[in-house]
Design a protein around this ligand. Sequence first.
Ligand SMILES: NC(=O)c1ccc[n+]([C@@H]2O[C@H](COP(=O)([O-])OP(=O)(O)OC[C@H]3O[C@@H](n4cnc5c(N)ncnc54)[C@H](OP(=O)(O)O)[C@@H]3O)[C@@H](O)[C@H]2O)c1
Length: 321
Amino acid sequence: MLAVYAKGPEFADPLSALMIGERPEPVVPDGWVRVRISAASLNRHDLWTLRGVGVHPLKFPTILGCDGAGVLDDGSEIVLYPVITSTNWCSDETLDPGYSVFSEIHQGTLADYVVAPRRNVLPRPESLSPVSAAALGTAWLTAYRMLFSKSGLQPGMTMLIQGASGGVATALIQLGRAAGMEVWVTGRTDKKRAAAEQLGAHRTFAPGEALPNRGDAVFESVGEATWAHSLESVRRGGTIVVVGMTSGNNPPANILRIFVEQIAIVGSAMGTLQDMRNLIQFVVTSGIVPKIGLTLPLREATEGFRAMWEDRTSGKVVFTR
Ligand SMILES: NC(=O)c1ccc[n+]([C@@H]2O[C@H](COP(=O)([O-])OP(=O)(O)OC[C@H]3O[C@@H](n4cnc5c(N)ncnc54)[C@H](OP(=O)(O)O)[C@@H]3O)[C@@H](O)[C@H]2O)c1
């Protein structure tokens, strides 16, 4: 079958590890189902995998892709929940020390077929196209949990999102706006800031720019480049929800500010199966159409990866059959 895969870790030049070609069709374990992928989306996670971050070297070659929508052998249209737990784990999926997402332990979704535990396939609502549904995994699920479970925000409160154009950032803009938040966004170019405003941001700022007043919560996926600004931009007693470190992992923590201002630093990872169900329901009932900047045939996936590596994306990148 056709697949997009990583041949091995290439930290400095991840695109040189990217392969598009034939891979064996997956065998279906007991209790799992086979999904014929209709659409699958790209995440920064796929670049981390190509760079060898979070993947054991013995796992290569590995088919990339955490998210997707497709069709089961019985014809049912489904969307994938990306978090695969250990056998018999029956609590919050994200707290399972053995959890993984597609492409880590099990083969990923950027292929003609993927196999998934039966509990990981959810019905795709008719009003959600396969392309929109494929966007709703990793980035959107993470954004949903950040906003609705971790931030403590109530409608009318102010959220600052670090980054304007990424998958997590655009999901936060659309979800935050639909949930009645005052949505503020930092973006690195005029074009990215204008796109964020079009998507629903009330106000946009250049990275590091002083805000008119401090926000109730800051949404951090950028890391080193924005951390100091995040600490300055949250009000006393506010919350910074952290999910990523795209620009680096080791900013000065500024402990003094954290305790004097009583800032809650809250980590978050992916979301539960119930979060995924709630996300789908929220998107459908609020009429959100997830922002997709680029749709390409799977065979031409390299251009999507290059766009992300060169910071040229605008919302999600989705690959179709
Ligand atoms: N914890 C979890 O479960 C989880 C789940 C999903 C994602 N993540 C992490 O979250 C991060 C974002 O993922 P994604 O899929 O949304 O990636 P993405 O689509 O590539 O988006 C990257 C974002 O980072 C911003 N950015 C990158 N470098 C920057 C810099 N030097 N200064 C300012 N902003 C910068 C970009 O802002 P501009 O718009 O200004 O370019 C853009 O919004 C990644 O680190 C990913 O690993 C974690």
